[in-house]
Design a binder for this molecule. Structure first.
Ligand code: HAM
Length: 437
């Protein structure tokens, strides 16, 4: 059979044009991580499936994981998320290192999903996590990081919102108010996680399958209707759940102090599909009507290290997908023009004798950290500037003979100016073409 020229379903080829965008996004991610002093890490593409079985949730294990039996009879998976790998790595070293531990990564992940807008089978995910931070301070820092990341592109509160909930409060609603057994509480979590994606009728049916009593169904619907923090406080007071919300309230006070509340919204449907979260949980939503998927999601997870028989260590973090991020930036016109590559100088010559000068000039400039393309072979003078312009260059060097002397003409295609230099005047050329860098 003739092999397919297209990439495997739901996966992308990154030709240079797409790679420019990816590099730009990854650089922004690195800049944000650096500015909060997070260090980069990475892990293997393959993990044993048991790593995910412990706490990643049934949807990931049953429907999404790419798994196979290796030649040594181990059941392995291509990583569908990074957090279990991270927890495994941290479990191995956390006793020897100072806390908090601040780490980030940009892994590619694979999930067997139906490809559609905002959903693919292979995506790259910016993961930022902190371990061992004091109560609420890790949560606040992680929220600060993600909001900083969005505002660094020029995004504001009209474009995205961070929807937030607290699993400790949801647990209290499920066990104290609705008196659900563990198994039913788990099922109701899954219903909540899907509630925005299904019809009201379907939601009603699913709720009544788990909660049989009418008064309790109504109580749950009252919970589902909470639209903001004020509603939440009223509900908590009415149902005497204050003791389960103390840390959540303290957290919202910190949000206020950092002026982050304008980006944040209380949302009772946010619980997250992954099972390891234990406290604050959140998702970032794009407010553009074309993009109805979460751009990022995360939260606090206190017990993930316990799967390795380690003592609990507070972790908080988020994962942010490259596909949804790109859709967001494009829809809100926040992506810079990356149509052309950005190299510093295009060098050409019209006379074969000048080839050596071209190569020499190029290497001198490269040694000074400039990025240089040389045209290979001689070229007609009237073709040089058009060619350089089509490749996106601002500066062009033409080696030519003027008044019987070999000189370098530096043409600035943006300003439409030209300057002439002797072959040895590298410093001046570097100064000229670096002036806007
Ligand atoms: P998640 O919510 O499964 O969380 O994924 C985080 C983000 O990755 C999503 O909001 C979405 O933007 C992107 N994403 C996920 N699946 C796909 C897909 N099939 N196609 C395109 N984008 C996708 C986690 O994975 C957690 N481990 C994040 C985390 C880190 N929590 C704490 N630390």
């Amino acid at each position: 059979m003739t092999p397919n020229k297209r990439a495997y379903k739901g996966c992308r080829d990154f030709l240079p044009a797409q790679m420019r965008v990816r590099d730009y996004l990854f650089n922004q991610m690195k800049k944000t991580a650096d500015s909060f002093a997070y260090e980069a890490y990475d892990g293997p593409l393959l993990e044993e499936v048991d790593l995910y079985r412990a706490k990643s949730g049934e949807e990931l294990i049953n429907d999404q994981i790419y798994s196979f039996i290796d030649r040594g009879n181990r059941e392995v998976a291509i990583r569908p998320e990074m957090t279990p790998t991270l927890a495994r790595m941290v479990a191995g070293i956390h006793k020897q290192v100072a806390k908090p531990l601040r780490w980030y990564s940009i892994p590619n992940l694979m999930r067997y999903e139906k490809p559609q807008r905002g959903r693919v089978r292979e995506h790259w995910q910016f993961n930022v996590d902190i371990f061992g931070a004091p109560t609420n301070l890790g949560e606040i820092e992680i929220i600060n990081v993600i909001i900083h990341f969005f505002t660094s592109f020029g995004a504001d509160a009209s474009m995205f919102s961070l929807n937030l909930n607290d699993r400790r409060f949801v647990d209290a609603v499920f066990t104290q108010l609705l008196k659900l057994e563990k198994e039913d509480a788990y099922k109701l979590y899954k219903v909540l996680d899907k509630s925005k994606k299904i019809s009201v009728e379907k939601l009603d049916t699913m709720i009544s399958e788990i909660i049989s009593e009418k008064t309790k169904q109504d109580l749950f619907k009252e919970y589902l209707a909470l639209a903001n923090f004020d509603d939440l406080v009223r509900f908590v007071d009415k149902n005497k759940l204050q003791e389960f919300c103390a840390e959540f309230y303290e957290f919202t006070t910190l949000l206020n102090e950092l002026s982050l509340t304008k980006y944040v919204q209380y949302d009772p449907t946010i619980v997250r599909g992954l099972d390891y979260y234990t406290g604050i949980v959140f998702e970032i939503f794009d407010k553009h009507p074309d993009n109805n998927r979460a751009i990022a999601g995360g939260g606090a997870y206190a017990n993930l290290l316990q799967i390795f028989n380690e003592a609990p260590l507070a972790g908080v973090g988020f994962g942010l997908g490259d596909v949804t991020l790109k859709d967001f930036l494009e829809s809100h016109k926040l992506l810079p023009n990356l149509n052309k590559p950005k190299f510093d100088l295009f060098i050409a010559y019209t006379n074969t004798d000048d080839q050596k000068h071209s190569l020499e000039l190029a290497n001198k400039l490269r040694a000074n950290h400039l990025n240089i393309e040389t045209y290979l072979g001689k070229i007609k003078f009237n073709k040089i500037f058009k060619l350089a312009e089509s490749k996106g260059y601002q500066f062009v060097a033409v080696i030519e003979t003027r008044d019987g002397k070999t000189q370098i003409q530096i043409k600035d295609l943006t300003q439409n100016t030209q300057d002439y230099f002797d072959l040895t005047e590298y410093e001046k050329i570097i100064q000229l073409i670096s002036k806007d860098k």
